[in-house]
Structures are given as structure tokens and as C-alpha cells.
Design a protein around this ligand. Structure first.
Ligand SMILES: Cc1cc2nc3c(=O)[nH]c(=O)nc-3n(C[C@H](O)[C@H](O)[C@H](O)COP(=O)(O)O)c2cc1C
Length: 361
């Protein structure tokens, strides 16, 4: 074992859950479900990361209501029938010594589109899409559906949907949940002045725009067991003038910390097609660093183009983040953690049962 052990391979305790290393499989929609139900694809896709020793695996966004799906192929947690197929996956991951969380999501005005493999940007109405909702009636882009502005009853029902989804996640055996409030989906749409023109208690001032995400967080935290960590993913900036930005993110981070959020997962963008950004290596790390500086009690996860173990290790050693999430690197190399350990000289056995000699039959 190198001395000192690379931070990437040090454990991290989140509420009652201890992660063996700091590498997290970031949520990735695979557009492979029917009726929101997980199937063999999800078992194999997510299960492979447990066999390969990821510190924590996040499933893709699971819709909290049918109209909150990005596409008809999204995973769901809006009905009890979703519990058993997901439980099969969490059982498998746990049997390999792994940990798995699920992201709870509502796509808002970016719902009801084709899955990307059907043709980008098209609206699913043509083959049986559904009416979409948002803070107001402005669509994400001209090729997207025109949303119905949510009433306060719609908002209250959506809060309840997040709670029911979290309760189903618990019944399915997940170790963590993440509230998806990023990437231009429903909760982010309420946060940003660029997509929220409401004049009621959910629009206008900062306090009003953050109300919906705080209500969801408070309600989910109450329903989700205290020994299991709660993550929230935010887009730290819209990369657009007059939009949501780092300053507001830090202010919201302070509020989320008081609501019992364990981990803030800092991404960016997705609110508008007119983003002013050319992403480069670790381009979202400064947002994690800013939140860590301002809210030291919060555990912070960074994501985005952290493609090498060295870059990940530097982010941890510089104190800019506590956890590193990877998405595309895991698609290219499901054994990323094992390969990182090898490069850093860390002994690493991804399948503890084999290491203990109990499964050598
Ligand atoms: C195929 C694919 C699907 C994704 N689906 C989700 C998702 O369901 N929820 C989410 O928050 N982010 C999603 N993302 C974004 C990733 O979680 C991640 O934030 C982003 O890809 C940047 O990380 P990377 O550079 O390591 O890929 C997706 C990314 C990819 C490539």
C-alpha cells in the first residue's frame, strides 16, 4: 500500500453508510425501460459496477410520475410495481459487497421527448407522448412541448410524488437517494429566473424560486431513513446571463445543509440550449470547491470530465471535493476503479467474497 494511501481509496462515512472509496458511478439514463420497469439490462448494466468495486453506484434518473419521464424508456418509481424489479438489482449489488443509490427525478418541460437513440430533439407526441408541465408556459426549445404552468396543487402533488418514490426506493433496498434538481429539469426550472416567470410564492425572489426544491428536500428527508444519505444534484450555473449562478448555488447549499442533506452533487447547465461554455477537464470542480469553502459541514461531490485517477486524486487532495462522480469514463471502462488502483499501487480486490475465499467454488 503506498504511504500515504491515495485519498481516492480512503473510506467515507455518509450518515450510516460507509463507502470503501471515493469513486461514484454518476446517474446515467440508459433509455432501456418499458413502463418505468427495470429489466435484465439494468441488472447487468448496474451490476457490472458492483463487480468492479465502485464506491457507490447511482442508477439513472427514475421518474417520480409518468409525465416526469424524459422519454417513454425512462426508469420509474411512480408505482409499486417498480419496487420488485429494482430490488433484484439492489440484492445483487449488496451480494457483491456494493452500495447503490437511485436518483429521483421529474423532467418538467424537458419531458416527453424521444430517447436520444430515436432521433435527437424530437417530441414524443408523434408516437404517444404526454402533456408536460413547468413553472410557466415557455417551452425549453421550439421542438419541445409547450408546458402547462403548474398550479400550487400540482406542486404539492409533485412533492408527494417525490416522497412516495423515496419510500419505494427504501422498499427496493437502495442505500442512498439523490434528488435531481439539475440539468434543466423540473426543480432546476423553478430555481432559474430564465425559466421561472411566476408571480406567486414559487417565483420571483430567490426565496420563492428555491421554495419547491426545499419543500421536496424536507419531505423526502422526513420519509427517507436518517441512517441513509440524501444527495441533491444542482446545476451550479446556467452558463447564461441573468440565470442561476454560483452565488445562488452557495446560498441554496447553506439552506440544504440545514434540511439534512448529506451530499451536494454539483453539476451545471442544461437549462437553456443557449449555454455559453466550452467544457474542459474538471470544469465543474470550482463549484464544488466554492460550496466546500462556504459550507464546510456539507459533503461535496464533483462530476464532469474527470477522466484520470490523477485528476480525481488532485481534486480530493486540494480539498475541492469529497467524492468524485464519473459517468462517461465508466461507460468506456466499467473497471475504472480497479485500473485506477493498479496505477496508484493500491491493492484492490473488487469482489470481497472472492478475497475472503468463500466463493472460490
Ligand atoms: C448517457 C448519459 C446519461 C446521463 N443521464 C443522467 C441522469 O439520468 N441524471 C443525471 O443527473 N445526469 C445524467 N447524465 C450526466 C452525468 O451524470 C454526468 O454528470 C455528466 O456526463 C458529466 O460527467 P462525465 O464527464 O464523467 O461524463 C448522463 C450522462 C450520460 C453520458
Amino acid at each position: 500500500m503506498p504511504d500515504p494511501t491515495p485519498q481516492l481509496f480512503t473510506p467515507l462515512k455518509l450518515a450510516g453508510l460507509t463507502l470503501p472509496n471515493r469513486v461514484v458511478v454518476s446517474p446515467m439514463c440508459m433509455y432501456s425501460a418499458r413502463g418505468g420497469l427495470a429489466n435484465d439490462f439494468h441488472l447487468v448494466h448496474l451490476g457490472q459496477y458492483a463487480l468492479a468495486g465502485a464506491g457507490l453506484i447511482f442508477s439513472e434518473a427514475a421518474a417520480v410520475s409518468p409525465e416526469g419521464r424524459i422519454s417513454p424508456e425512462d426508469l420509474g418509481l411512480w408505482a409499486d410495481e417498480h419496487i420488485v424489479p429494482l430490488g433484484r438489482i439492489t440484492d445483487f449489488v449488496h451480494a457483491q459487497g456494493g452500495r447503490i443509490g437511485v436518483q429521483l427525478a421529474h423532467a418538467g418541460r424537458k419531458a416527453s421527448t424521444y430517447a436520444p437513440w430515436r432521433g435527437k430533439g424530437a417530441v414524443a407526441h408523434e408516437y404517444g407522448g404526454w402533456a408536460v408541465v413547468g413553472p410557466d408556459t415557455r417551452p425549453y426549445a421550439s421542438s419541445f412541448a409547450t408546458p402547462n404552468a403548474m398550479t400550487t396543487e400540482d406542486i404539492a402533488r409533485t412533492v408527494r410524488n417525490f416522497v412516495s418514490a423515496a419510500q419505494r426506493a427504501e422498499m427496493a433496498g437502495f442505500d442512498a437517494v439523490e434528488i435531481h434538481a439539475a440539468h434543466g429539469y423540473l426543480l432546476h426550472e423553478f430555481l432559474s429566473p430564465l425559466s421561472n416567470s411566476r408571480d406567486d410564492q414559487y417565483g420571483g425572489s430567490f426565496e420563492n424560486r428555491v421554495r419547491f426544491v426545499l419543500e421536496v428536500t424536507r419531505a423526502v428527508r422526513t420519509a427517507w431513513p436518517t441512517h441513509k444519505p440524501l444527495f441533491v444534484r444542482l446545476s451550479a450555473t446556467d452558463w447564461a446571463p441573468g440565470g442561476w449562478d454560483e452565488e445562488q448555488t452557495v446560498a441554496l447549499a447553506r439552506l440544504l445543509a440545514t434540511e439534512g442533506v448529506d451530499v451536494l452533487d454539483l453539476s451545471s447547465g442544461g437549462l437553456t440550449p443557449e449555454q455559453q461554455i466550452t467544457p474542459g477537464p474538471a470544469y465543474q470542480l470550482p463549484f464544488a470547491a466554492a460550496v466546500k469553502r462556504a459550507v464546510p459541514d456539507l459533503t461535496v461531490m464533483t462530476v464532469g470530465m474527470i477522466d484520470t485517477p490523477e485528476r480525481a486524486e488532485t481534486a480530493l487532495q486540494d480539498g475541492h471535493a469529497d467524492l468524485i462522480a464519473l459517468a462517461r469514463p465508466f461507460l468506456g471502462d466499467p473497471h475504472w476503479v480497479q485500473h485506477a488502483a493498479h496505477r496508484m499501487g493500491v491493492p484492490f480486490d473488487p469482489v470481497p467474497q472472492y478475497a475472503r475465499g468463500t466463493r472460490l467454488d
